[in-house]
Design a protein around this ligand. Structure first.
Ligand code: FES
Length: 362
């Protein structure tokens, strides 16, 4: 766009910008120029009124072509969408209760959707803004040197040493030590705030649903397991009677398998001689690696196999790990058979069930 002076010394502004591919950008330049032209630059200009043609010119926003107006509205809608998503996210976080039976599943979906709306609105708005409304400006930024000049480095060193000398830090030993200590323990408050990252598990990780003399029942039918129900080399999944509701985590983690070992194959650990009854032995069904349910009993190998990462537990040697990434033996449950022939727990588990955790030793 070429600008020229009118005979009266005021700028002449063309009404139309022919063949301009970026009309919005040109209008911005035009508007800026008009503002500059109205500023008084000398006392005479201050007294001279601006020509009526310039004063009456409608604002640039009113002269936007339709397509640009629509695009501008679309971009604003995207940004409004993003704002609504952010507000919805905050509301979901504050008002939705995550301690529900589905462990906050629906709340997580709501939070995810709100966040997705926020990001989508912002991203789409920016893309449309950049592609359709921004003037194409080519910007080049030259890289600067990544280090200071040697003279500057030298000067900075001298300044630092000079400042420390002036402060007398080297001589004031107490001051120096307290300063260093204060800086050293500065991260501590932030570390302590990690306590707020969630409720403490307390004893929950070590708790289980089994009580002494609990009868072992099928979790689906509730039928008690009886001596003689299992053929040699087979196994059954059981839970404590009355606590088969697997929606409760403590029950779900307490599932047990009872195996009928080949006669004489068991090698009980010290103190566990009476934990087995008639070659029947019971172990936790939850893998000690990452908590998958053990699904396969290899009779010839005497191994319970985890389908997730192929850990194998030797059921004839106290559930020790034979192979795989599991770091702990499978917890064994002492059992007996009552007068009616039903299997019962002799005691509860005395070690934590399932995956290892940071303070677990058993
Ligand atoms: S969960 Fe069983 S081996 Fe990984």
């Amino acid at each position: 766009v070429r600008w020229r002076r009118s005979p009266r010394g005021l700028p002449h502004v063309p009404r139309q910008l022919p063949l301009d591919p970026y009309p919005l950008a040109s209008r911005r330049v035009e508007k800026s120029y008009r503002v500059l032209a109205r500023r008084p630059t000398d006392p005479e200009a201050h007294t001279e009124p601006a020509p009526a043609a310039l004063q009456d010119e409608p604002p640039a926003a009113q002269r936007l072509p339709r397509a640009e107006t629509r695009m501008s509205a679309l971009v604003s809608t995207c940004f409004f969408l993003s704002i609504a998503g952010s507000i919805a996210f905050c509301c979901c976080y504050v008002f939705l209760n995550i301690h529900t039976a589905d462990h906050g599943f629906h709340q997580n979906i709501a939070l995810g959707l709100a966040l997705a709306t926020t990001m989508f609105g912002l991203g789409a708005g920016q893309i449309l803004l950049a592609k359709h409304l921004e003037p194409p400006v080519k910007a080049v930024q030259h890289r600067s040197e990544h280090h200071s000049a040697p003279d500057d480095e030298h000067a900075a060193e001298e300044q630092l040493i000079g400042g420390m000398t002036e402060l007398g830090i080297a001589q004031r030993r107490v001051l120096r030590r307290t300063l260093l200590t204060a800086l050293g323990i500065l991260p501590l408050p932030f570390i302590f705030t990690l306590r707020d990252t969630g409720p403490r598990p307390e004893n929950r990780l070590r708790a289980n649903a089994w009580r002494p003399h609990d009868r072992m029942v099928d979790p689906d039918t509730g039928a008690p397991l009886k001596l003689g129900d299992l053929a040699v080399g087979s196994f059954a999944t059981v839970m404590p009677e009355g606590r088969t509701d697997t929606s409760k985590p403590i029950n779900a983690e307490s599932v047990v398998v009872v195996l009928h070992l080949p006669p004489g194959s068991n090698h009980p650990l010290a103190g566990r001689q009476d934990w087995v009854v008639n070659d029947h032995i019971a172990y936790s069904k939850i893998c000690t690696h990452a908590g998958c349910p053990l699904g396969l009993y290899e009779v010839e190998e005497h191994a319970l196999v985890c389908p997730c990462h192929q850990s194998e537990f030797d059921v004839t040697h106290g559930g020790r790990v034979m192979y795989g990434p599991a770091g702990h033996s499978l917890p064994q449950l002492p059992i007996y058979v009552d007068a009616q022939g039903y299997f019962r727990a002799r005691d509860t588990f005395h070690v934590a069930l399932g995956p290892a955790f940071w303070s677990r030793t058993g």
